[in-house]
Design a binder for this molecule. Structure first.
Ligand code: MEV
Length: 438
């Protein structure tokens, strides 16, 4: 039984490491060495990372790669990707090259509205509450002037505030449902600060509203928080070409490929078990860029999957049509992203990503991220409907297997050459490695 620790957050980093390694590890020195090995030799850089969160012991690396040759709306991009899964970057790059030679990705911002809510209980009559809300609505804007003035200068701010009656679902439950334009910032802090002020205004104004009874004056605020469901902050990415251009080499019949591909997408549209994996492939591309650009991938994930269920059934985010000999494949995805604020000006690699992408606006970044998601989905479906996924996947995974078995450089070369044109499986690789080691 491990002991509880008191005041852990107040210990120094070294003391924390000592406590952790002596409490949980049989070989304290080895455990300490692992943590220290991942410290940055530049003390200032390490301090910066230490201070991003609490109780930092070390850094957790993810590979940071790039996928070149993305043509998006006629502009060339090399897209940064932070991801651990072998084959994602390779697949994105392959799809980018393929579509780059066929007109590239076309992307459009459909809308950019963010949402936040104040959830509250009101014991009284809805009509009276509506009269009160309409009367005090300008105060929500007035009382947040200080908070919104900079955002307004940048062309953003509060778009609207609505009162919503949710008493059919929960007794006495209402919402202030507010919409925002947060321009180039993701806007979480801005929205939450506005919402907390709305809540105060609501409470205070209700207390002094003459039209209310004593009971009605006591509005109970439950919570004020932005929503990561952003169905009105959506970007579309699309690729299209004449069907006959779908075949790179003559090993695939273009018509058959187009039909099989379209059926695979339709299966994901109607079958949730497949849709989740299909969308996971899209998120391979999306999350990798979201992470590399210092954005909140948990927010994006939560919002995207809610969007994929908006019809009441979880479904594919991407769609396909074949009309007049033209194959069109597209993706609509909600993305609340920022290119200012948050980690964007703090994390050196995030700054690097932003410069690599030409310092994009949030809208441009939405388009880049959506294109990466569509590329990933195209690459996965192309493999799935032709060679099967394991061929490419295991090729990329081969290096992980070799590293796991401490293969030397020479052994790696020999194994790679052997498996160049044959089926790869973990056991076949290990068997072959053992054979050459004999
Ligand atoms: C693996 O990370 C992603 C795929 O499963 C996506 C898909 O099945 O479409 C290959």
């Amino acid at each position: 039984m491990q002991q509880n620790v008191k005041g852990f957050s107040k210990l120094s980093k070294e003391e924390k490491i000592n406590w952790i390694t002596s409490t949980y590890f049989s070989n304290q020195k080895e455990a300490k060495d692992i943590l220290i090995n991942y410290w940055n030799s530049d003390e200032n850089l390490q301090k910066l990372h230490d201070e991003f969160i609490e109780n930092t012991l070390t850094n957790f690396y993810l590979p940071y790669g790039v996928s070149p040759n993305f043509v998006i709306n006629g502009k060339n991009y090399t897209i940064p990707m932070a991801i651990e899964e072998s084959s994602v970057v390779a697949a994105a790059s392959k799809a980018a090259k393929f579509w780059g030679e066929r007109g590239g990705f076309k992307t459009t911002i459909i809308n950019t509205e963010k949402i936040g809510q104040v959830h509250f209980l009101f014991q009284g009559n809805f009509e009276k509450l509506t009269t009160f809300f309409n009367k005090i609505k300008p105060s929500f804007f007035d009382d947040t002037q200080e908070i919104t003035k900079n955002m307004q200068k940048r062309g953003g701010g509060i778009l609207d505030i609505e009162l919503k009656n949710k008493t059919n679902e929960i007794e006495n439950y209402y919402q202030l449902h507010a919409t925002f334009n947060t321009k180039d910032s993701m806007g979480a802090n801005f929205i939450n600060t506005c919402l907390e002020q709305f809540a105060k205004t609501l409470e205070n104004q209700a207390r002094n509203f003459e039209g209310f009874s004593e009971e009605e004056r006591e509005i109970q605020i439950i919570m004020s928080i932005l929503s990561n469901y952003v169905p009105n902050c959506v970007v579309r990415a699309e690729v299209s070409c004449p069907i006959e251009q779908l075949s790179e080499d003559k090993t695939i019949d273009a018509n058959e490929f187009a039909q099989k591909f379209a059926t695979a997408v339709r299966i994901a549209e109607i079958e949730p078990y497949r849709a989740v994996t299909h969308n996971k492939g899209i998120m391979n591309g999306i999350d990798a860029v979201v992470l590399a650009t210092g954005n909140d991938f948990r927010a994006v994930e939560a919002g995207v999957h809610a969007y994929a269920s908006k019809s009441g059934q979880y479904s594919s985010l991407s769609h396909v049509k074949i009309e007049n000999g033209i194959f069109t494949f597209w993706l609509d995805v909600p993305l609340a992203l920022g290119t200012v604020g948050g980690l964007t000006s703090l994390h050196p690699l995030v700054k690097f990503s932003m410069e690599l992408l030409g310092k994009p606006s949030a809208e441009e970044l939405m388009q880049i991220v959506a294109a990466a998601g569509l590329a990933q989905n195209f690459a996965a479906l192309r493999s799935l409907t032709t060679t099967g996924i394991q061929q490419g996947h295991m090729k990329m995974h081969l290096m992980n297997i070799l590293n796991q078995h401490q293969a030397t450089k020479e052994e790696k070369q020999q194994v790679l050459a052997f498996f160049k044109d044959t089926i790869i499986s973990h056991s076949l690789v290990v068997d072959y490695l053992e054979q050459i080691r004999k």
